[in-house]
Ligand binder design. Structure first.
Ligand code: V0D
Length: 263
């Protein structure tokens, strides 16, 4: 299966495979969060419309899903649309909102075959019905899969998530479910959209920007951050493996100095 795909995509399979096997001997991150930046810049460099970059970015999602699965990563969370992205030109937003359907139309059977489970975090309110329909269908069709979780952050904002969680906790206190003093991290985390996922151990942001942009503010507290100048459409499986390799180097270094404290 993986075989055929690498051949089709002209990837030097043997070296990728060898690297995967090497990396699997050490700890691979359980959850990788990714800010998929640089699609517009990729298009601009080719004198193409921005939307061509967004479309090309979907191929990188396919590559990343494959390589993360091969490594045995439990979950990847992709920042597909932030609450700030509504400020983009209306035509571009309309185009973006059609991408989930476009991707899933051809790709859902492959995801099912690969045992990938599709999930989504973010505010459903505000997203077009047709977009939610496509995503919900994929979620439904893959809910029995127990391989990689492919989690899309859509209309997501970290601060909004923390406020929502805070309100949910406050309501439970007001209802007498528990006392203020009982509020601790584990109780608070139950109100987050990622409650069923481990915290990301690794954040990757492509395209040279060195910012968090309101992504998973609580969950990334202890993550390793890797920023690369590579634009998202140019991001290959080799780049993903480079990031995991760097993650392991850092983890090992801290491991020797601070034990598992990660400070
Ligand atoms: C644009 C590069 C896939 C990043 C990839 C509406 C920016 C292409 C999805 C998608 C976007 C989302 C959910 C789902 C299946 C696919 C997607 C958006 C943008 C925001 F269930 N690519 N993609 N969603 N881009």
């Amino acid at each position: 299966m993986i075989d055929k795909w690498f051949r089709k995509n002209k990837v030097d399979r043997s070296s990728i495979d060898d690297r995967v096997n090497e990396l699997k001997k050490r700890g691979v991150p359980a959850h990788v969060a990714i800010i998929m930046d640089g699609n517009g810049r990729w298009a601009k460099r080719r004198a193409l419309p921005r939307v061509a970059g967004h479309r090309e970015g979907m191929n990188t999602i396919k590559r990343t899903t494959k390589i993360a699965s091969a490594l045995g990563v439990e979950a990847i969370t992709l920042y597909a649309f932030s609450t700030e992205n509504w400020k983009r030109p209306r035509k571009e937003v309309e185009f973006l909102m059609k991408l989930p359907k476009e991707l899933l139309h051809t790709y859902l059977p492959e995801l099912i075959e690969q045992n990938v489970r599709v999930e989504m975090i973010g505010h459903r309110e505000g997203l077009p019905a047709h977009t939610l329909e496509s995503i919900d269908y994929a979620i439904e069709q893959t809910k029995q899969n127990d391989g990689l979780i492919l989690n899309f952050a859509m209309n997501y904002g970290g601060r909004a998530e923390l406020l929502e969680a805070t309100k949910a906790v406050a309501k439970k206190v007001a209802a007498g479910d528990y006392s203020v003093d009982a509020i601790d991290e584990s109780l608070f985390e139950r109100e987050l959209m990622t409650t069923h996922l481990p915290d990301p151990d690794l954040l990757i942001r492509t395209s040279g920007e060195v910012r968090l942009s309101n992504f998973l503010l609580w969950q990334l507290a202890y993550a390793e951050f890797i920023f690369t100048d590579v634009l998202w459409p140019d991001f290959t499986e080799a780049h993903f493996l480079d990031a995991v390799e760097e993650f392991q180097r850092r983890d090992r270094r801290f491991g020797s100095v601070e034990g598992k404290a990660h400070i």
